[in-house]
Design a protein around this ligand. Structure first.
Ligand code: SF4
Length: 142
């Protein structure tokens, strides 16, 4: 393993994709960026603003027909070996929106999911645990 791979194992970038969520999960995710107790920076991570810089992608929402193509396009921009985390029951199963006319998810119909964090919305502690699992998986891939 070269020096860059060794060092980057300690500092993955996180990227969020909202696939049509009600924003409940996104509010919980926001706590992992601004409340010190749950701050993902304690795990060595930081959120980034570009999919091209991301290592771990956090997806919220049930994947609506309206955003599907955009979500898949942005997902493709994230370089391999990426790790995908489904945040909340919506991306996992459709949640309360399951079988609605406007929903095409769950997201594992279209992209591989490595970690599921169930809940509606999941608590910040569960999100942190899911991110920690994702870091382990990612570190094993680089
Ligand atoms: S899982 Fe619940 S809180 Fe999260 S996006 Fe779906 S409905 Fe909203």
């Amino acid at each position: 393993m070269n020096f860059l791979s060794r060092m980057s194992k300690k500092s993955p970038w996180l990227y969020r994709i909202n696939a049509g969520s009600c924003n409940g999960c996104d509010v919980e995710l926001a706590t992992t960026a601004c409340i010190p107790r749950y701050d993902v920076e304690r795990l060595g991570c930081q959120y980034c603003g570009s999919p091209k810089h991301a290592d771990i992608v956090l997806v919220t929402g049930p994947l609506t027909a309206r955003v599907k193509d955009k979500v898949l396009r942005v997902y493709e921009e994230i370089p391999d070996p990426k790790v995908t985390v489904a945040i909340g029951v919506c991306p996992i199963s459709g949640g309360v929106f399951r079988e609605s006319y406007s929903i095409v998810g769950p997201i594992d119909r279209y992209l591989p999911v490595d970690v599921n964090v169930p809940g509606c919305p999941p608590r910040p502690q569960a999100i942190i645990e899911g991110i920690a699992k994702a870091i382990e998986i990612w570190a094993g891939r680089i």
